[in-house]
Design a protein around this ligand. Structure first.
Ligand code: ZN
Length: 731
């Protein structure tokens, strides 16, 4: 039957308000007017681009139209004649299955049957012998289907969208987290770029296309998304509200340590405030290091894995879903360490702190990360980014257009080639280089209305939670309440684990320190040992969620290698590894390995010592032989000089022969004297030139001979010169 009214008319608005009040009493204040504006347009089949803050109620935009139409199907006599469908259904494109599962979970609370179309649920359905295509196309079982762009290519979706029933009942195609069309569509997941083509090509033209995001910057970014979805001119409704979060403090905290180590003391300062927290990590390796640090900071014996959890793509879908449930429902489950999968769209209402190591690639992603905290507007939340100070100065240089002069190599005098660093995204660099107010800068970038006040600093704008720059400038300290706990429950504090690396080496240990050449094979052997432990232990139920790196952590291996040669007993080894979870089982076999490595290193060192000594002895002997031959030459020269008037080239050489000492004292003196005289004669001759030195030289030689004879006479017959000895022999 043709409709009499449009939804955007007063009767449509009234109908939506009535149904929401009736079916969703938990929303005591009903819908915001901007939500109604979007919902009514979706019901009328208009396209909508909607940008508003995280936690601004975007999910109502796609859930309420379905709730309203389902109620109209159940009780048509209660409502005016408006355009409706018998079995209304909508499609939401979600970037991750985690977000899909999260939406399904949330919609269950609103009694709206939804389905996350992903690998796991498809498999489950197949095992049950269900015909999923028929179930979805019939529009009876599920009112909302969440699906990722990649699955839209499946034949199943060709069949679903070709079904007459489905085409008659589908009311919208929605893309959640629409900023990813640009961010992921470019390289990471190109099918994001094809969502618009799917909607336009496969769904009836009367179906509304809805794009939602908290982080689409005006200008180029918005235009690109509009082009991709086929929005142009006035043919779509563009809702842009401020994405500023009034209950969220934006904090950038420079680190005073590197990020490559295994210690993160600043993390514990936040965790010890006992607030529900998400710790965002860029890579799974970072996640494991951070998680292990927090894990080791909790007292053993306690169910540590209940207090802190991990959420990433290596977990099964069920494990991740369970983690999200526990975070919301178990008061003891305090923190989740998550990779990027967590940052897009998940709605965990209890989270109040969002901690992130390193700034993400784009400002959009940063706001998405931060947006996970403080979904309950009544709470005070924080979005903290721990960052290396060098990143802040890089951003500042990039924005100011300053480029450092290239470093010049001392050796070659040429500029040293440095690694080309990727430029920071412009919006991110603007924020990171900011020195007055982060929020004012972000509001300027997103053109958050009203610009007259949104671009003022936090103090002038009287923000409830000033950003870290404004708070520091004005010395404002904000108190943050812990997350609620049952009265009979207390949480033990996180205490930084003893850091083996910080204990200084004794002088004896320094002697025993391994060289790099010795250390490499040791580290390799310990790594292999760690892998053996993991292979053996990974199937134990207690270790189901244990990160790979935690079986024999690298920090422990480093520490052990540092003290390897100092370990003289199994007892000493155990003392070194008190915090190792597997010490009771593996200390014995590890000690066997230690002894073996020690023996190899000691035997190598001994062999090296013997070889070095042999080399030194050989050098000494060859030197001695050289000296002896030189000595006989000296004697011969002295002898020759008695008989020859012609100078020898060697004698005029400016380089003196080495001084020689014999073992007996007076003989040595004699020889030294001989040499000294030769040295002085040599110097004189060389300075004067050969020709003119001839007669002088002869005179000197004669003089020296006399001196030598005098000295020799003084010492007696035992210390005669060679020529004396020859003379004595009658030569
Ligand atoms: Zn500020």
């Amino acid at each position: 039957m043709p409709s009499q009214h449009r939804w955007t008319d007063a009767q449509g608005r009234q109908t939506v308000q009535t149904i929401v009040k009736k079916l969703i009493p938990q929303w005591s204040n009903g819908l915001y007017s901007y939500q109604e504006d979007v919902i009514l347009r979706v019901l009328d089949g208009q396209d909508v681009l909607c940008c508003l803050n995280t936690g601004g109620g975007k999910s109502a935009m796609f859930s309420v139209p379905l709730i309203v139409l389902r109620e109209m199907t159940r009780n048509p006599h209660l409502y005016p004649r408006l355009r409706t469908r018998a079995r209304p259904v909508g499609i939401v494109i979600t970037p991750t299955k985690g977000l899909a599962a999260n939406i399904v979970h949330e919609l269950q609370k609103l009694d709206l049957p939804a389905f996350a179309y992903c690998h796991e649920t498809i498999t489950q359905s197949r095992k049950k012998g269900e015909n999923l295509v028929k179930i979805i196309a019939d529009c009876k079982t599920y009112s909302l289907i969440c699906v990722d762009p990649e699955h839209l290519r499946d034949d199943s979706w060709r069949l679903i969208t070709a079904s007459d029933t489905f085409r008659a009942n589908v009311i919208f195609g929605c893309v959640d987290e629409a900023h990813l069309i640009n961010e992921w569509g470019a390289e990471f997941r190109p099918l994001f770029k094809h969502i618009g083509a799917f909607f336009r090509g496969r769904l009836p033209s009367t179906v509304a296309i809805l794009a939602l995001s908290a982080t689409i910057q005006p200008g180029v970014e918005t235009n690109s998304i509009c082009r991709s979805l086929g929005f142009s001119g006035n043919n779509f409704y563009h809702l842009r509200l401020s994405n500023e979060r009034h209950n969220l403090q934006f904090i950038i905290q420079p680190l005073d340590h590197g990020f490559s180590g295994d210690e993160f003391p600043e993390l514990l300062e936040y965790l010890n405030q006992n607030r529900k927290t998400v710790v965002h990590c860029r890579r799974i390796e970072d996640l494991q290091r951070l998680f292990m640090y927090a894990f080791d900071s909790l007292p053993p014996g306690l169910d540590r894995l209940r207090r802190i959890k991990t959420y990433h793509s290596l977990h099964s879908f069920d494990v991740n879903t369970e983690t999200l449930r526990l975070l919301d429902e178990d008061p003891m489950c305090q923190a989740v360490f998550a990779t990027v999968a967590f940052t897009n769209g998940l709605n965990i209402r209890s989270i109040v702190d969002s901690l992130a190591y390193k700034f993400p690639k784009t400002l959009n992603l940063k706001l998405q990360e931060g947006g996970r905290a403080g979904r309950d507007p009544e709470t005070r939340a924080r979005a903290v980014t721990f960052i290396q100070p060098s990143v802040l100065s890089d951003a500042e240089k990039q924005i100011s257009g300053r480029v450092d002069a290239p470093k010049i190599s001392r050796k070659t005098g040429k500029p040293v080639r440095t690694k080309k660093t990727t430029p920071i995204e412009h919006s991110a660099a603007l924020v990171l280089s900011e020195s007055k107010c982060y929020i004012a800068t972000i509001n300027r970038i997103y053109q958050n209305p009203p610009l007259e006040t949104s671009t003022l600093d936090c103090i002038s704008a009287k923000r409830l939670l000033p950003c870290s720059l404004c708070a520091k400038r004005k010395k404002i300290n904000i108190e943050y309440a812990p997350s609620p706990l049952p009265t009979d429950m207390t949480l033990p504090p996180f205490i930084a684990p003893a850091t083996p690396q910080s204990a200084p080496l004794t002088p004896e240990e320094k002697k025993l320190k391994l060289t790099r050449k010795e250390r490499d094979p040791v580290m390799l052997a310990l790594e292999k040992f760690a892998e053996d432990v993991r292979r053996t232990e990974q199937y134990h139920p207690d270790n189901h969620h244990r990160p790979k790196s935690s079986y024999f952590p690298s920090s422990m291996r480093e520490h052990l290698a540092g003290k390897l040669l100092a370990l003289d007993s199994l007892f000493a080894l155990r003392a070194l590894l008190t915090s190792w979870n597997f010490a009771s089982t593996y200390a014995g076999s590890l000690y066997d390995l230690v002894v073996e490595l020690q023996a190899t290193i000691r035997s190598d060192r001994e062999a090296a010592r013997v070889e070095k000594n042999a080399k030194q002895r050989a050098t000494r002997l060859s030197k001695k032989a050289l000296q002896d031959s030189e000595m006989s030459e000296v004697d011969d020269n002295v002898e020759e000089s008695e008989h020859s008037d012609v100078d020898d080239d060697r004698r005029s050489s400016p380089i003196p022969p080495p001084a020689k000492r014999t073992k007996t004292g007076s003989g040595g003196v004699l020889k030294e004297v001989t040499n000294r005289t030769k040295l002085s004669s040599g110097r004189k001759e060389s300075s004067r030139g050969k020709k003119s030195s001839k007669t002088k030289s002869q005179a000197n030689v004669a003089k020296e001979k006399q001196t030598l004879a005098t000295i020799a006479a003084g010492f007696g017959p035992a210390y005669r010169t060679t020529s004396d000895r020859r003379r004595a022999r009658g030569g």
